[in-house]
Design a protein around this ligand. Structure first.
Ligand SMILES: Nc1nc2c(ncn2[C@@H]2O[C@H](COP(=O)(O)OP(=O)(O)OP(=O)(O)O)[C@@H](O)[C@H]2O)c(=O)[nH]1
Length: 322
């Protein structure tokens, strides 16, 4: 994209040296310093590529390539958000010729012999259009950036910075379908901080938030592959989506997270004297008649089992209706 600048860069393409000189004088009198000039179509295209002028005043009839073809080439080489105003210089009087200039990409035309007053008026009009176009491009860039940020905020958990439930809902379904196509198993690991209510009661909500962040960091570390996902499922509960992973693989991952969380050594009034997690696992090869919802409930049931069995452990459950 071109930089915003008050000084317009103008290229004048005209094979008559006299007309070229007159036009440059007209432009300099309206404070357009040293306009770029070209006397042939080939030179015009080369200067356009190098200098990307704001306005091109283009003679419709040149000795090598005609002005209409140059305009066509310029329009087809313009990148997104890029626009050069093209004003044809013409002595053609037929309406069809004038219309053709606009059709191939011209924005306006000046009739020869060129009047200084009309040229100044048209350049001023083009300046207004150029400024409008640039501010539209600016606004569209700002909108794009704001949209990206909104997208990030709507899919990220504000406290821990990892994916939120919404992202989990979307990506787990996508991964379920991908594994179905690949005929590979998909594993879910539900993870829950043990006796977290007690932790909050003892150390306060702020310390509870810190603890959630630290545990989230360990959960996120366990999902390094592009298809893996670590998300905060809600409250003090997290979930790992592990594509192309069977129950044994998921158990290995969950045991690792459990160990890493324990190694954080966050003090807690539990039998182990530190913060621990419980994990429930379920894995299945997605196929017709099976559902992600049932897989999720199976992992949740295994998590419940881990709590019942005494917490700080990993339980692998069977896929099936609860
Ligand atoms: N600090 C903090 N606490 C939260 C947040 N979300 C949920 N909690 C707390 O997490 C606790 C969850 O408690 P319970 O569901 O009773 O479970 P628990 O005490 O962890 O017991 P078990 O899961 O059976 O080991 C509640 O006290 C919630 O207030 C949060 O964002 N920040």
């Amino acid at each position: 994209m071109k930089k915003r600048t008050d000084a317009l860069k103008v290229l004048v393409v005209e094979d008559s040296k006299v007309t070229l000189k007159v036009l440059c004088n007209f432009l300099e009198r309206m404070d357009i310093k040293q306009p770029l000039t070209a006397e042939t179509g080939a030179a015009a295209i080369e200067i356009y590529r190098k200098e990307r002028p704001d306005i091109i005043m283009l003679d419709a009839q040149l000795p090598d390539i005609d002005g209409f073809e140059i305009a066509r080439q310029i329009r087809s080489s313009e990148k997104k958000d890029d626009w050069t105003a093209i004003i044809f210089l013409t002595s053609m009087t037929k309406d069809e010729d004038l219309a053709r200039g606009i059709e191939v990409g011209g924005d306006d035309y000046l009739m020869k012999p060129i009047s200084e007053v009309v040229l100044h008026a048209k350049v001023r009009a083009m300046r207004r259009l150029i400024e409008m176009q640039r501010s539209l491009v600016d606004v569209s860039h700002q909108l794009n950036a704001a949209n990206k940020e909104l997208q990030r905020l709507s899919t990220t958990d504000g406290l821990t910075g990892i994916a939120n439930r919404r992202m989990f809902d979307e990506l787990s379904l996508r991964e379920w379908r991908r594994c179905e196509r690949m005929k590979k198993p998909l594993a879910l690991v539900m993870l829950d901080i043990d006796s977290f209510k007690l932790f909050n009661d003892q150390f306060g909500h702020q310390a509870g938030d810190e603890c959630l962040r630290a545990v989230a960091g360990q959960v996120a570390r366990a999902a390094p592959r592009a298809a893996d996902l670590a998300a905060r499922y809600g409250g003090e509960e997290f979930v790992l989506v592990l594509g192309e992973t069977d129950a044994d693989g998921a158990k290995w991952v969950a045991e690792n997270v459990r160990q890493h969380v324990a190694e954080l050594g966050i003090p807690h009034a539990t039998p182990s004297r530190r913060v621990t997690i419980s994990c429930g696992i379920a894995s299945v090869e997605p196929k017709s008649g099976f559902s992600l919802d049932v897989l999720l409930r199976s992992a949740d049931r295994a998590l419940y089992q881990a709590k019942v069995e005494g917490r700080d452990r990993v339980v692998v459950g069977d896929y099936g209706e609860v």
